[in-house]
Design a protein around this ligand. Structure first.
Ligand SMILES: Nc1ncnc2c1ncn2[C@@H]1O[C@H](COP(=O)(O)OP(=O)(O)O)[C@@H](O)[C@H]1O
Ligand SMILES: [Mg+2]
Length: 180
């Protein structure tokens, strides 16, 4: 991974934070944008590698730290390189849990995987033991991988229960999850 080459391409990408909205992106690079959110925009580097470019350094530093913690487990994208405003990481494939649950039931097995995932968050040292289903991807082998981990660390409050995950599962699934 040549960060020199990456940084050269990133000179032609501008990402700006917008209050209460997704980042604004001006992309004059050859890289295709594959998604964006409140903190950054993600570009396809190759089939297996993507680059997340942040609107500000602090968000980048925080997600970099969370991903660094996550490297102990196989539930997070592999971390390849990082700079002031970007992180080069593994592209996560598979179907996200929001899409998956639109056509598939929440099984006992999947509920267990979600609980295991929350335990992984705790084990690697995250502060927020919670994640939205949209950012959780089901792999071919049934294992789960998560993206967008920036907000899991350096929180100045405690999170007594996984509110985001539970609410995102929906009422019926929430009940099923509780009985597992
Ligand atoms: N490692 C990844 N592999 C595949 N797609 C990704 C990856 N990281 C981000 N994306 C895509 O880019 C979108 C925005 O990234 P995200 O990390 O959620 O940004 P933000 O922190 O701004 O919310 C995601 O919804 C997803 O579609
Ligand atoms: Mg996001």
């Amino acid at each position: 991974m040549s960060t020199e080459y990456v940084e050269k391409m990133l000179k032609d990408i501008q990402v700006k934070n917008i209050e209460n909205g997704d980042v604004e992106v001006i992309n004059n690079s050859p890289l295709e944008m594959i998604g964006k959110g409140r903190q950054g925009a993600v570009f396809r580097y190759s089939d297996e590698i993507c680059i997340k470019v942040y609107g500000n350094k602090e968000d980048c530093e925080r997600e970099h730290y969370a991903m660094y913690l996550g490297q102990k487990s196989n539930s997070f994208p592999l971390l390849y390189a990082a700079g002031d405003n970007y992180i080069v990481m593994e592209t996560i494939k598979g179907v996200d849990l929001r899409e998956y649950l639109q056509s598939q039931p929440l099984t006992e097995q999947l509920s267990y995987k979600l609980i295991e995932l929350l335990i992984t968050f705790k084990k690697v040292g995250f502060d927020r033991i919670d994640h939205h289903k949209r950012q959780i991807y089901i792999q071919r082998d049934g294992n789960l991988k998560v993206i967008d981990v920036g907000r899991t660390v350096w929180r100045n409050r405690v999170y007594p229960y996984p509110r985001k995950l539970l609410n995102s599962l929906g009422k019926e699934n929430k009940a099923k999850f509780y009985t597992t």
